[in-house]
Design a protein around this ligand. Structure first.
Ligand code: NOJ
Length: 552
C-alpha cells in the first residue's frame, strides 16, 4: 500500500485561496497561512492548480517557464517554506503539471517560430496549409480550429487543442518526453509528492491528414482524433518510468476528463507506468435537462440517485482489483455542486448527505476548496461580467435564439466555471477575509465563512471534519464495497474488512424512510440528524444520512 491509497485531497485554486500582499490575487504565503486549517480539517494531501510562470491566458495552464513560480503567487523561497511546513504537518503536496501544451511565450516555442534551424521546431506539431486553408477541420476545445498560422510563416500552421496561445507539444518526439520528465524531476527534488497530469489523454494525435465527419460545426470537436489514442500509453510509459525510478512513491494523478471506467482501468493498471489514479469529469450521476436550444455544458442538471448508484457500481466493479476510483463533486472547470444541481441545498442536511454518500465509498476523495463549508459560487450581476470564450459563445448563441438576458445570466451563474473560482470565504468582512483589495474574480457571494462555522458544532464544516475522521477508519479506507438492495430512494452500501464493517445509509428524499439493518452490532459513527435505530430497523428523516460501524 502506498501513502496515496489513503489520500484525502484538498484542491486549492491558488489565485483564489488567500491573498497576503493585498494585490487581489491569492499567493503561496496565503496557502502557508492555512496549512494548519487544512490539516485540522483532516485532509492529508493538497493539489495546487498550476503555479509556474505563465501569461495567465488560461489561469496558469499556459506555462512559459516550468522551473520557477509565477511572481503573482510568490517565489522559490515561498515554495520551499510551503513544502517544509506541509511536510512537517504530515501533508503531501501535488502540483498540476500541464504536459500536453506550453504557452506560446515558452522559449521552446519562441525559438521554434523565430529560428529556421531551431532544435525546438520538432517539439511542436506543424503542418503546411492545404489549398490555402487549415490542414484539417478539427475543432479546438476552446472554440474554432485546432490550427493557427505560424506568425512568421503564413503557409504553415501549428496545432493547439486549447487556446491558440497554448501550442501542443509533439509527444512523438522522445526529446519532448525527456524534457517533460526533467521538469517533473526538478520539482520532485524540491520535495513535491506527485503531480496532477493535466490533459494527458490528449498527448497523442491521429494522422493529421483526415477530416472529422461530424457536421455540427465548421470545426467540430471530435475526440476520435485526439483523445485516448493507443499511443498515449506508449508516450507516457518512458516518462513515467523515469519519474518512478527517481521517486518510486511519487503520486501520479491523471486528468482524464472524458474517461469511462474501462479507460480508467487501462490507465491505472499497476506496473504499466501510466497513472496511479485518474479523475474524470462525469461520474457524478448527473442528468442533463434536454433543452435542444442550450449547449450541453450550460443545461441545468439534476442528480439522479439511480444513475449515481449505477455509475459508481460500474466504476467500482471495473476498478475493483486495479486501482482506486476518485470521488469528487467538483473542480475549477465546472460550477460548484450546490449551484449546479436542482436540490434543496439551502438545507444543510442535503449538503452533508452529498458529502457522506460520495466520500465514504471506496476511493480517494478530492474536495474543492470551499466545499467543506458549503460555499456557493459567485453570482454575477450582468452577462457582460463573463468574458471567457465559452460564455461569450453562449451569449451570442442564445441571443440569436431570442433568449432574454436574465435567462442567459441565470444559466451562466448556475453553470459557468468562473463562478466556482471565487475567493475562499474566511470571514464575513467585505472581501470575505480573502484580501483587503477587490479580488481578481469578484461578484456577490453567500454569507458562509470559516470563522462562523468553526464556532458552530452543527455547521457543514464540522460535519466535514467528522466525516474525514470517519473516512480514515480502516473499513472506509480499504474495505470492500457492496451495494445493498433497498427502497429506490435509499442508497445503502457496506464496506467490509476482516475485522470490521461500515454501513452508509442515505435517504435521498424529503420523506422519512425506514431501512432494515443487515446483521451486525451497529453503532452510530456520524449522522446529519438524530437517528432512531433498534437491532433491526433504522429510521431516517427527510434527507437523513448516517455511517454505522460493527465488528465483522
Ligand atoms: C484541464 C484543466 O483542468 C483546465 O482548466 C485547462 O483549461 C485545460 N486542462 C487545459 O490545460
Amino acid at each position: 500500500m502506498s501513502w496515496y491509497d489513503k489520500a484525502i485531497i484538498y484542491q486549492i485554486y491558488p489565485k483564489s485561496f488567500q491573498d497576503t500582499n493585498n494585490d487581489g490575487i491569492g499567493d503561496l504565503q496565503g496557502i502557508i497561512k492555512h496549512l494548519d486549517y487544512i490539516k485540522d480539517m483532516g485532509f492529508n494531501t493538497i493539489w495546487l492548480n498550476p503555479i509556474f510562470v505563465s501569461p495567465q491566458v488560461d489561469n496558469g495552464y499556459d506555462v512559459s517557464n516550468y522551473f520557477a513560480i509565477d511572481p503573482i503567487l510568490g517565489d522559490t523561497n515561498d515554495f520551499s517554506e510551503m513544502i517544509e511546513k506541509a511536510h512537517r504537518l504530515g501533508l503531501h503536496i501535488i502540483l498540476d503539471l500541464p504536459i500536453n501544451h506550453t504557452s506560446d511565450q515558452h522559449p521552446w516555442f519562441r525559438d521554434a517560430i523565430s529560428n529556421s534551424n531551431s532544435i525546438f521546431k520538432d517539439y511542436y506539431i506543424w503542418h503546411d496549409q492545404v489549398d490555402g486553408h487549415e490542414p484539417n477541420n478539427w475543432g479546438s476545445f476552446f472554440g474554432g480550429s485546432v490550427w493557427e498560422k505560424n506568425p512568421n510563416d503564413s503557409k504553415e500552421y501549428y496545432f493547439h487543442l486549447f487556446d491558440k496561445r497554448m501550442p501542443d507539444l509533439n509527444w512523438k518526439n522522445p526529446e519532448v518526453q525527456k524534457s517533460v520528465a526533467d521538469i517533473a524531476k526538478f520539482w520532485l527534488e524540491k520535495g513535491v509528492d506527485g503531480f496532477r497530469l493535466d490533459a494527458f489523454i490528449h498527448i497523442a494525435k491521429a494522422n493529421l491528414e483526415q477530416n472529422s465527419l461530424l457536421t455540427d460545426q465548421k470545426f467540430p470537436i471530435d475526440d476520435t482524433f485526439y483523445a485516448k489514442l493507443p499511443a498515449v500509453k506508449d508516450y507516457m510509459s518512458g516518462f513515467v518510468k523515469e519519474i518512478k525510478a527517481f521517486k518510486p512513491d511519487a503520486f501520479l494523478f491523471g486528468e482524464a476528463a472524458s474517461a469511462k471506467a474501462r479507460d480508467a482501468a487501462e490507465y491505472t493498471r499497476p506496473n504499466e507506468n501510466v497513472c496511479d489514479v485518474v479523475v474524470n469529469s462525469d461520474n457524478f450521476g448527473e442528468e442533463y435537462e434536454t433543452d435542444p436550444d442550450i449547449p450541453k455544458f450550460f443545461q441545468s442538471r439534476k442528480l439522479s440517485l439511480d444513475t449515481l448508484k449505477q455509475t459508481y457500481v460500474t466504476w467500482e466493479s471495473v476498478l475493483e482489483k486495479v486501482s482506486l476510483p476518485t470521488l469528487t463533486w467538483g473542480n475549477h472547470d465546472i460550477s460548484r455542486v450546490l449551484d449546479r444541481l436542482n436540490l434543496p441545498v439551502e438545507n444543510d442536511k442535503v449538503t452533508e448527505l452529498l458529502a457522506m454518500m460520495l466520500f465514504l465509498q471506496r476511493g480517494i476523495p478530492v474536495i474543492y476548496y470551499g466545499e467543506e463549508i458549503g460555499m456557493h459560487g459567485l453570482k454575477y450581476k450582468n452577462i457582460s461580467d463573463f468574458d471567457d470564450q465559452r460564455a461569450l459563445d453562449l451569449i451570442n448563441n442564445l441571443r440569436s435564439k431570442s433568449f432574454d438576458d436574465q435567462k442567459i445570466l441565470q444559466l451562466l451563474n448556475n453553470q459557468d466555471e468562473m463562478t466556482a473560482r471565487g475567493p475562499m470565504q474566511w470571514d464575513t468582512s467585505q472581501y470575505r477575509g480573502f484580501s483587503k483589495k477587490r479580488p481578481w474574480n469578484w461578484a456577490q457571494t453567500d454569507t458562509t465563512s470559516v470563522n462562523q462555522e468553526i464556532k458552530d458544532p452543527n455547521s457543514v464544516m464540522m460535519f466535514y471534519r467528522e466525516l474525514l475522521r470517519v473516512k480514515k477508519h480502516e473499513c472506509f479506507t480499504s474495505g470492500t464495497y457492496r451495494l445493498l438492495i433497498t427502497d429506490p430512494k435509499i442508497y445503502a452500501y457496506l464496506r467490509r474488512t476482516d475485522h470490521n464493517q461500515g454501513l452508509v445509509v442515505i435517504n435521498f428524499s424529503d420523506q422519512s424512510k425506514t431501512f432494515e439493518l443487515p446483521k451486525g452490532d451497529w453503532s452510530d459513527n456520524l449522522s446529519n440528524e438524530k437517528i432512531q435505530m433498534n437491532d433491526k430497523i433504522l429510521k431516517l428523516g427527510p434527507w437523513g444520512c448516517c455511517a454505522l460501524e460493527s465488528k465483522s
